[in-house]
Structures are given as C-alpha cells and as structure tokens.
Design a protein around this ligand. Sequence first.
Ligand code: SF4
Length: 117
Amino acid sequence: MDTNWMAHGLCAHEDPAIFFPSDGVGVIKAQRICRQCPKQEHCLEYAVTNKIDHGVWGGESERARRRLIRKRNVIAAKAASKAARKAAKIGTEVSVDLAVEAPADAATDHESLTSVD
Ligand code: SF4
C-alpha cells in the first residue's frame, strides 16, 4: 500500500506523541490538526484498512475507527447476502428455463438410450 502521503500530512511536522494521546483532551487536540490536514482521507483509509488500533488517524479516535470497521463489515455482509440471494434466484430461473427449453422428445430419447430390449 502506498504510504507516500504520510510525508505530506501535517503530523509530519508535529510531535508524534500528540497523535497517541492518553485522554480525550489529547484526542481533541490531535483531531484539530487532522481536520486541517490535506491527507485526512488517505490517512483514515490507511488506518481502517490496516486495522491500526492505537492513536488518532485521519482525525478519528481508536473507538471511532472500530465503529467504522464494524459498520463496513455489516454493509459488506448485507451486500454478500443480497448477492447470494440474487445468485440463487438466477440459478432457479436457469433451471426453469432449461426445463422449458428441453426438446419434446427428450424423454423418449432418454428412454431409448436406457431401455434394454
Ligand atoms: S490526518 Fe492527522 S494523523 Fe493523518 S496524516 Fe494528517 S495530521 Fe497526520
């Protein structure tokens, strides 16, 4: 994953400890800097994608990122479930189509192939 954006984040010129606060006041201080950062989106996506547990990334606290990951997981699960239902429905429709399109003498042909005279 590309990390070149990190050199262009505002935190590159700040004390790294600011982004690993120990309390809510520290989180707010870091978030104020992140809100001005041109790389905020990249940073948040990087932290979420890589499941980074500690620190303020992309202007979001650890707790907020965990919430975002859970929300994305729910959305992905719903999409997968919907896709599975759609695939099952298409499979049913294909089966019905095949039955309808089978030649009228298909049963006769089958019988002639399996019958023993
Ligand atoms: S959003 Fe915050 S933590 Fe991320 S690069 Fe910018 S200043 Fe740094």
